[in-house]
Design a protein around this ligand. Structure first.
Ligand SMILES: [Zn+2]
Length: 101
């Protein structure tokens, strides 16, 4: 079961990152970011935890290293902006629930 909220957050962050860094427009992500988004969403779909444990307790290292590095970059760039727009979500949620870092 995919978690719509998390999917939306990841999508928003990657779109924002790509727009600012790779000069793509709203509807079109560059190939790298498109791959990253697909990869992340796939991971969400496959995650076996309904209520994810925090990263330090998670037994599944689900992000491959290169994707993991990419998603961390995206999050550092987009995270702050995202929090200003959606302060109710909170950085802990983003860090632990989604990216498991
Ligand atoms: Zn991009």
């Amino acid at each position: 079961m995919i978690r719509l909220n998390e999917k939306k957050i990841i999508e928003d962050m990657i779109v924002f990152y790509c727009k600012k860094n790779h000069l793509s427009d709203e509807d079109y992500l560059c190939i790298n970011c498109k791959n990253l988004l697909e990869y992340s969403i796939n991971k969400l779909k496959k995650c076996k935890y309904v209520n994810k444990p925090v990263c330090s307790n998670c037994t599944v290292h689900c992000y491959q290293k290169n994707y993991r590095n990419e998603i961390i970059k995206v999050m550092k760039f987009s995270g702050f902006n995202y929090l200003i727009k959606h302060p109710y979500i909170g950085i802990k949620f983003i860090l632990k629930k989604i990216f498991k870092i």
